[in-house]
Design a protein around this ligand. Sequence first.
Ligand SMILES: *[C@@H]1O[C@H](CO)[C@@H](O)[C@H](O)[C@H]1NC(C)=O
Ligand SMILES: *[C@@H]1O[C@H](CO)[C@@H](O)[C@H](O)[C@H]1NC(C)=O
Ligand SMILES: *[C@@H]1O[C@H](CO)[C@@H](O)[C@H](O)[C@H]1NC(C)=O
Ligand SMILES: *[C@@H]1O[C@H](CO)[C@@H](O)[C@H](O)[C@H]1NC(C)=O
Ligand SMILES: *[C@@H]1O[C@H](CO)[C@@H](O)[C@H](O)[C@H]1NC(C)=O
Ligand SMILES: *[C@@H]1O[C@H](CO)[C@@H](O)[C@H](O)[C@H]1NC(C)=O
Ligand SMILES: *[C@@H]1O[C@H](CO)[C@@H](O)[C@H](O)[C@H]1NC(C)=O
Length: 438
Amino acid sequence: MLLLHLTFIFTNLISIVFGTSVTPSESSSSSVNPPASVPSGFVTTRGNQFVLNEKPFAFVGANSYWLPLLTSQDDVDATLKSMHDAGVKVLRTWGFNAINGSELAGALQSGVTYYQVWNSSQWELNDGPQGLQRLDQVISTAEKYDIKLIVAFTNNWVGYGGAELYINWIAGAGNTHDVFFTNPQIIKSYQSYVQTIVNRYKSSPTIFAWELMNEARCLGDLPAGPNCVASKPTLTTWYRQQSDFVRSLDPHHMITTGGEGHFNWTKPATYWFNGTLFSDYNFNGQAGEDFERDLALPNIDFGTYHLYPQTWYPQLDFPGSNFTVQQWGLEWITDHANAAARVGKPLILEEFGVTGLQNKTAIYPTWVNHAIQTQHAIFPWQFGQLGLKEDGGNRLIKYADALIDGASPNDGFAIYPNQTAVFNIFTNAAKVQARRSQ
Ligand SMILES: *[C@@H]1O[C@H](CO)[C@@H](O)[C@H](O)[C@H]1NC(C)=O
Ligand SMILES: *[C@@H]1O[C@H](CO)[C@@H](O)[C@H](O)[C@H]1NC(C)=O
Ligand SMILES: *[C@@H]1O[C@H](CO)[C@@H](O)[C@H](O)[C@H]1NC(C)=O
Ligand SMILES: *[C@@H]1O[C@H](CO)[C@@H](O)[C@H](O)[C@H]1NC(C)=O
Ligand SMILES: *[C@@H]1O[C@H](CO)[C@@H](O)[C@H](O)[C@H]1NC(C)=O
Ligand SMILES: *[C@@H]1O[C@H](CO)[C@@H](O)[C@H](O)[C@H]1NC(C)=O
Ligand SMILES: *[C@@H]1O[C@H](CO)[C@@H](O)[C@H](O)[C@H]1NC(C)=O
């Protein structure tokens, strides 16, 4: 989920996809699988399954991008302990955090985490105690609690220094978002950072997988350009190039896209809204992603997709809308399970959420059951922790992210352990997954 999706909302209306037959964009065959022999404790894949130490590895994961932003090691420890107690086996977090040079003085004063700062001619790495050493702490504490990590290399959105910072500094103001995927200097800069992160942790079995980008799309907080459209494989080319690059650095860890799972069907879903027939952005390739083709790339080891019907389809609440958040989500889960089965690789429902405790309580059991029955690992967005102690439990981190009375940041989607009806949906699912992992 990320901040500032607004430009997108209005291009992305109601979808009426129920009963539409799946039309894969191309017949994809199962491609090269990762090395058969990985070091002990590394997760790998076999067909549609994850495998750990020769056994199937099914699990419930957690999303927490804010863990490396905590300044108190006791709070990091307490959070990973409560994830462990909830049965979480894999944590997804951000391995990026870049700031503008103009933000440096403030960052040094407030102690906010940053890994790279633009010094007016290039990125300077911060591998000190306010930088990558915080990520080190999260990873070593996760290891203590038997939790592995998916680490994302950058963000499609501006939050915590994603693609738009590379574009503004390297390509210059006035460029479109998709320049991130094609500009050779930007690619070099991205790869240089990726290499730093991969080399730092590549021998660690605590890394579950590398993720090329959170939610890559043709558009970001900057608009898409004319060269990144449904007919151009801009993102697929980038995914191929970057996954091959990461594989050249690290032969053993799995690699995934981090994409939202947009399809590029030859007959995309359409729907009527307010008297107009719309082609659905989630199915027509306009986002730039082609879920099935990208999953078939030789060094993409498993698929990811996200699920936020409320924000994707605000028209759901328009009078006369004839489908629901719950129904749309179930269909989206089925569509991805079918596509992953055709490609023959595992699949993760990597982020999902609805706002409102009642909505969560009503909808999550159906989504979670359906995902688990269709062999998914699931990562709800996002883990909530109570009782954080740093700064007395109250601290503004950055943007709207804040600790309030000891509670971790809440964007409307956080699930705290005191919300037992919702929290238990996931602890129960974790038990089901654990039984399948024997
Ligand atoms: C600095 O970074 C923020 C995002 O963190 C961005 O919105 C802003 O435009 C940047 N400033 C410059 C001058 O690039
Ligand atoms: C920026 O950082 C690079 C690499 O650390 C260094 O070579 C260069 O002199 C720095 N430039 C400025 C303007 O500080
Ligand atoms: C529905 O269509 C009418 C007529 O074109 C237009 O005035 C109105 O703004 C539209 N409503 C929405 C929510 O798009
Ligand atoms: C969508 O599929 C078409 C036909 O296979 C292909 O030409 C196009 O590049 C794809 N678009 C994207 C965004 O991957
Ligand atoms: C909603 O209405 C459209 C147009 O009549 C129809 O094609 C679609 O199947 C309906 N969807 C549901 C979930 O009933
Ligand atoms: C619950 O979901 C409905 C449908 O999307 C939405 O209108 C409503 O605002 C949600 N409730 C809360 C408290 O977010
Ligand atoms: C759970 O904790 C959150 C965050 O402190 C708080 O807002 C909420 O009221 C609590 N809910 C219950 C049921 O105690």
